[in-house]
Structures are given as C-alpha cells and as structure tokens.
Design a protein around this ligand. Structure first.
Ligand code: SAH
Ligand code: SF4
Length: 431
C-alpha cells in the first residue's frame, strides 16, 4: 500500500512539477518520507531518518522535506513541533495536494500540514500512471472500517471507501495499453469492495474480477489484502470460473485462538477460517495461501499460542508474515491488561517463525519438474544473463533469459531450489 502511495507521489511531482526521481539525497530538491505507523518501531524510525537529512537542508536552503503516510496522519502538527525543519506533513488521503502544499510553503515560509480525509477526491486529481513494467497495482478501495482492537489503520487511513467501477476499469485499460499484463487490485480490505456503476447500482469484488478478466489484454489478476469476514462464496467461486485469477491468496488470520480472535475483534472463529480455506482449496486445488500473525496480544496464554501453531500446522501456509504485538496509542487494545513478559513473546514469535519457515520450504520442492507461466519482472543484479519471473502462485524463479523478456509472460520449467529461491529453464518453442 505504501509503495503504491509513494509511486503516486512520484507521479504527481513528475506531472505537475516536472521533477524526476533520484536515489541520491544530495541531488534532491524535495525529500519525502512515506511512513507507516502500524507498529511502533516503524513510527520511531521516521524521526531518526529525518535527523539524517537535516544537514542537507543547511547545505541547500531551498530543499523541501516532507513527511507523508500514516505517521503524518497520526502525529500531524506534532511532527513539525519535534522537527521544525520539516516543510510539509500530509496523510495518505491528501498526497495529491502535494504541489499546493509545496507552493504554500514557499510563499508563506511556514510548514504546511494537511492530514484531512477529503473522501475519495484524490483519485480525480492524480495524473495517469506511466509504467514500463509488466505488472501494476490498481487501488480499488481505501481505508478500513473493521476496527480490530489493536490496529491503527482505520484512524490513519479513514473508513472504507470504494472507487467507482468505471474508474477502476479505466485505470486498468490505461495500464494494459502500456503493455501491463498483470494487475493487482489493492486496498486495505479489497473484498469489502462496493463500487458504484453509472446506473447507481453497486458491484462487489467478484463482479469486478470477472469484468477485468474479460478484457483480452489482462493476463493475470491478483488482489490484496482480504479479510476473512468478507471471503464470500461468490468470491470463492471466481477461483473456479476465472483462470486468469492467480492461484494465490493472502488471507490474514492473526491468531489460532478463538478467545484472542474475539479480543482482537476480528469477527470470525478458527473454525470459520478453516471452512473458508477448505472451500478455496475445493475451488482451486493448487491455491497457495499466506497469512499475517500477531504474537503476544494482551493476555495471550501458552495455550492460546499453541492453538496458533496448531492452526498453522493444519492449514500449511506459504511465505507468511508474523509480528510481535505492538501497542498503538488510541486503540482499544492499548488499554488492555498485558502481563506477558517480553521474553516469552519473543520466544513465541521465534517458534512460530521457525514453523512458518519450514512450511515455506515445502512448496518449492513440489514445484520441481513442473512448467510454470511466469511474468518476467527484472534482470538479475548479480548476473546480466539471468532474469527473475513471478509465477501464478506468487513465487519468484530465476532463469537464463534476456533483458528483452522483462514485462513478458514466458513458460519456465522448474529445475531446482536453493534456499528460498527457485531455479528454472526457459521452455523453448513458445508461441
Ligand atoms: N487489513 C489487513 C492488514 C493491514 S495491517 C488485514 O486485516 O488483514 C498488516 C498487518 O499488520 C496485519 O495483518 C497485522 O498482522 C499487523 N498489525 C496490525 N496492527 C498491529 C499491531 N498493533 N501490532 C502488531 N502487528 C500489527
Ligand atoms: Fe487493521 Fe483490522 Fe482493518 Fe486490517 S481489518 S486494517 S488489521 S483494523
């Protein structure tokens, strides 16, 4: 999500200010930090990063420094108080106003803060995306109305709001006209999508996926992130009807303990989660599943944690994410009694990560000998003869190829696995 937002900031500055991106801070006229506040560590990092670019401003007085994203949204004016050399502070919903904020900063000489939630006007003010890549993200909804007890997202990104169906369709067509074959529909809870049509009716994610799959130029579709509560039968059925939908789903479960799931306000039980997985596997037997886990939620007992391990063992996930619970100010969980020792939590996280890592090694073994359709994403940094491609199941395979293949779909035979990386050979005689 943040990467998508960063790209949009670059698009805005390119289209409206004629700026180019640079990797070298010394060359920059504007330095933006796009921040995340989902866990405390990410939040603290921004202030140390800001301290590091401060000397650049002394050397180049016209340099503008901006803080964007959810830390900006949550802290607002407090950022300017703590770091007065910051020029612009803006949230995920106001990034399209960056040129106005820069102009106001230059004209007034004062830092500008705009962290409002102006509904979904953002998308009407963003320039058209330009890309040379084979795959692209398209945002279909923003925000979250789930209010899980530990999570700061509904407060920093606002409530769920969907983009109209026609707007999404247009964005996808603009991208496919530039040669993009794979589209990932993006949102905090994409399966809550509820987009209005021109006649005022609304459509869901299942409809949207099928409509996009009907476009000849769309070769592969993904969507992320989904919430188990809205994993409807209609959506599961799309895995049967629509081969262009990739055999992969990231479906965060967070915990395998019903007691903890209730305290997290996730709105489902482990049984319900497992039942969704069963239906998904019936619909698409080779589907690869990944998840998010929070370890050490307030009051988590050894028994609760073991239930999480059990769920992981039962389901078998591929490459998942797991985090130590981080108390976020303003969320209900921050008020909960939390006696679990940090060492206990850290040790649990390690156990879970060991199990997840062991499971993530299983899939590559099963793939050896199979032929996979891959979208070539990049030339290897280490070896110019090698390229990396993404399979339908979201895994990356490296093989001998040429730079001209980047952005194209090719068939690759999987020949081996080395640590987490797969190796393959290009299948010749492809049409
Ligand atoms: N909307 C998505 C996830 C968005 S946040 C969903 O609900 O599935 C991404 C992940 O960050 C979450 O899935 C959760 O595992 C983690 N996360 C969110 N708040 C957290 C917190 N306070 N402490 C630790 N991890 C957290
Ligand atoms: Fe946060 Fe829950 Fe919304 Fe995901 S569904 S963004 S975890 S509040």
């Amino acid at each position: 999500m943040n990467e998508y937002d960063s790209d949009k900031m670059a698009d805005v500055l390119r289209a409206r200010e004629g700026m180019e991106q640079t990797d070298n801070p010394e060359d920059a006229d504007v330095i933006l930090f796009n921040t995340c506040s989902v866990r405390e560590k990410a939040q603290e990092k921004v202030f140390s990063d800001l301290g590091r670019v401060r000397p650049l401003k002394q050397a180049k007085p016209g340099l503008l420094i901006g803080v964007a994203g959810c830390v900006a949204s949550q802290e607002g004016e407090a950022i300017v108080k703590r770091a007065p050399y910051v020029d612009m502070v803006f949230g995920p919903q106001t990034l399209h106003r960056l040129p106005q904020l820069m102009a106001a900063r230059r004209a007034s000489g004062r830092p500008q803060v705009d962290i409002s939630f102006p509904e979904i006007e953002k998308f009407d003010h963003l320039p058209q995306a330009r890309t040379t890549a084979g795959s692209a993200f398209v945002s279909i909804m923003e925000g979250c109305s789930k209010y899980c007890s530990y999570c700061v997202v509904p407060y920093t990104r606002g409530e769920e709001i969907s983009r109209p169906f026609a707007d999404v369709l247009r964005d996808v067509q603009i991208l496919t006209a530039q040669g993009v074959g794979e589209i990932t529909l993006l949102g905090q809870n994409v399966n809550a999508y509820c987009g209005v049509m021109e006649d005022g009716e609304t459509v869901d994610l299942a409809f949207l996926l099928q409509a996009l799959a009907a476009l000849d130029d769309v070769q592969r579709l993904r969507f992320t992130t989904s919430h188990p509560r809205e994993m409807t039968q209609r959506l599961i059925d799309v895995y049967v009807s629509t081969p262009k939908l990739a055999s992969q789903l990231h479906l965060p479960v967070q915990s395998g303990s019903d007691r903890i799931l209730a305290a997290m306000k996730r709105g489902y039980t482990t049984l319900e989660y497992k039942s969704i997985i069963r239906k998904l596997r019936a619909a698409r037997p080779d589907i690869v599943l990944s998840s998010d886990f929070i370890v050490g939620f307030p009051g988590e007992t050894e028994r609760d944690f073991e239930a999480t391990l059990k769920l992981v063992e039962d389901i078998e996930f591929d490459a998942s994410f797991s985090f130590l619970y981080s108390s976020r100010p303003g969320t209900p969980a921050a008020e909960m009694q939390d006696e679990v020792q940090h060492e206990v939590k850290a040790e649990r996280l390690q156990r879970l990560q060991d199990l997840l890592a062991a499971q993530a090694q299983e899939l590559p073994k099963k793939l050896i000998g199979t032929t996979q359709r891959v979208l070539v994403e990049s030339v290897s940094r280490k070896d110019a003869q090698e390229v990396a491609g993404r399979m339908d199941n979201n895994r990356i395979v490296n093989f001998v190829g040429s730079p001209g293949m980047v952005g194209r779909f090719v068939d690759v035979k999987i020949t081996g696995v080395w640590a987490y990386t797969l190796r393959g050979e290009l299948v010749l005689n492809q049409d």
